[in-house]
Design a binder for this molecule. Structure first.
Ligand SMILES: [Fe+2]
Ligand SMILES: [Fe+2]
Length: 228
């Protein structure tokens, strides 16, 4: 992780509105400048991040099925790849929680699935919300206890969501009144999605360099198969 990106991120986090309250954290203000090595604030953030990523995974699974049913196999492939990436993120939080002696708390929730054109727009908005609000709040909280593994993994997720948002925005922005023509164009493309099993980085070409997010070797990329 490079220092410039981290500074940029912290600037964004400092200037972003709080979109939700981590209630459990509010009553746990540290009485000294020393971080609590039981990491209570970190654990609360990790639990919240785990839920956010579980829901994102579930939503993309739903969007994949819908795109398949509407006969948009390449858009289904995009959503399927994102669902794999979101699963990496949630698994990372689950693993760190276990290391800290806590079990990840999953939740039951209903997801909303619309038609594929609307799902693309929803996906773009959800990714942007995570980039601008959700993850800046998480990182700001995590900085108070400086648990490096938690911070690094939140940065991985934050950067992965930037990739998702860029890709889905490319499609959604162009799909207004020309969705039929656009989808025909997309469905005519030969796509190959790869997801890094360390950080969830999602790319649409075979990798030729180490991961752009976590810098691990290309061998960590997993080729995503077309969903059926
Ligand atoms: Fe994610
Ligand atoms: Fe990676």
């Amino acid at each position: 992780m490079d220092g410039i990106s981290r500074r940029k991120f912290l600037f964004i986090s400092a200037t972003s509105p709080l979109v939700f309250q981590l209630n459990a954290l509010a009553s746990q203000g540290s009485k000294s400048n020393e971080p609590d090595l039981n990491y209570p604030r970190t654990i609360s953030v990790l639990q919240e991040a785990f839920k956010v990523e579980m829901i994102a995974h579930k939503i993309y699974v739903g969007y994949t099925s819908k795109a398949l049913s509407e006969e948009y196999p390449n858009i289904a492939y995009l959503f399927h790849s994102f669902s794999y990436s979101e699963n990496i993120h949630s698994d990372n939080y689950k693993r760190i929680l276990a290391k800290l002696g806590h079990e990840a708390e999953s939740i039951q929730t209903e997801i909303q699935v619309y038609d594929t054109k609307s799902n693309l727009q929803e996906a773009a908005q959800n990714e942007m919300r995570k980039i601008e609000s959700t993850y800046p709040v998480f990182i700001k909280e995590l900085e108070t206890e400086a648990c490096e593994e938690a911070i690094i993994n939140c940065m991985y997720s934050w950067k992965s969501h930037q990739q998702h948002e860029q890709k889905v925005k490319e499609i959604a922005n162009l799909s207004g009144i020309f969705f039929g023509a656009l989808s025909s164009h997309i469905e005519g493309l030969k796509l190959d999605f790869y997801v890094c099993r360390v950080c969830g980085s999602t790319i649409d070409k075979a990798p030729h360099f180490p991961c752009v997010i976590c810098n691990r070797s290309m061998s960590h990329y997993h080729k995503i198969e077309m969903p059926v």
